[in-house]
Design a protein around this ligand. Structure first.
Ligand code: ZN
Length: 293
């Protein structure tokens, strides 16, 4: 019996030890799972925390590209605005200065039916044009130096794209314009002459800044179909890059006093040409906006 008692005691003690061990472990587990011990809960908290925040992090990461793309869009918008509004204050100032200088050089001179040019006016810097239609009057193959140089560069550039541009007529003296107009009147009558030709003193060809352009596609004639031809399209799209404007644009005859002439370009300098092209302004409108007389 003594042995039995000893065995029972050992069993009881063993059971108590096991119970204590189990309780301690279980109890601790409870404590951890309740999250009442922040420090020791770190692994679990991190896993749980990681599980929950992961979608959050994903969302943040999804947001991030959006956030990053937002500044991109803003940058694009800013770029767009800058383009539309015409660049930085420095660039605007530079352009205004260039326009002022062009005006001082007489490049923005306005000649139309309301603003005739003096009969005696003749530019003192006329130079000969290299690219011309050979069967036209030789006396008109001149432009003011800066305009001539720009015209040559433009023709060269067009040639690089396999397009042939040539002048048919550029500078016309008052006397030459008088002969043209009188001939027109004799043939077609004064009303038609007024519509399609300019009275002497009212043609900007006298300024040495205007040039009529033609190409093989219209048989070197001055044609209203020129804007349907590759050369005419190119001229309309690129003339401003060389300081020229289409002087009598479509739909502006009320302002210019002339029908649409896709062949007649006028040199005004780069800055003014760019602005008139971008804002679709005639010379008359441009000068009024700028307050240039
Ligand atoms: Zn012309």
């Amino acid at each position: 019996m003594g042995n039995e008692k000893r065995i029972k005691l050992v069993i009881i003690i063993s059971l108590l030890l096991i119970e204590t061990f189990v309780w301690t472990t279980y109890g601790s587990g409870n404590f951890w799972s309740l999250g009442l011990t922040g420090g020791t809960d770190e692994p679990s908290a991190n896993i749980d925390g990681a599980d929950e925040p992961i979608p959050g992090i994903d969302r943040e990461e999804e947001d991030k590209p959006e956030d990053e793309s937002l500044p991109d869009r803003n940058t694009e918008e800013n770029d767009g605005q800058a383009g539309e509004e015409g660049d930085s204050p420095e660039e605007i100032a530079d352009r205004e200065l260039a326009i002022q200088e062009a005006a001082e050089k007489g490049l923005l001179i306005l000649v139309n039916k309301q603003h005739p040019i003096d009969q005696a006016y003749k530019p003192d810097d006329l130079v000969k044009i290299k690219y011309f239609v050979s069967d036209r009057s030789e006396t008109t193959r001149y432009m003011r130096a800066e305009a001539a140089e720009a015209f040559h560069r433009m023709v060269d550039k067009a040639a690089e794209e396999n397009l042939e541009l040539k002048m048919t007529t550029a500078y016309r003296s008052y006397a030459f314009q008088k002969i043209l107009f009188d001939n027109y009147v004799a043939k077609e009558g004064e009303e038609a002459a007024n519509k399609y030709s300019a009275r002497p003193g009212e043609s900007e060809h006298q300024t040495g800044l205007a040039v009529d352009v033609s190409s093989p596609s219209v048989d070197y004639q001055l044609s209203n179909d020129y804007d349907k031809m590759e050369e005419g399209k190119w001229l309309a799209d690129h003339a401003h890059q060389f300081g020229f404007i289409i002087r009598f644009p479509k739909g502006k005859s009320e302002i210019t006093g002339y029908q649409y002439e896709p062949w007649h370009i006028r040199y005004v300098g780069l800055a003014a040409a760019k602005e008139m092209y971008e804002q679709e302004l005639t010379l008359e409108e441009f000068l009024q906006i700028k307050g240039i007389e």
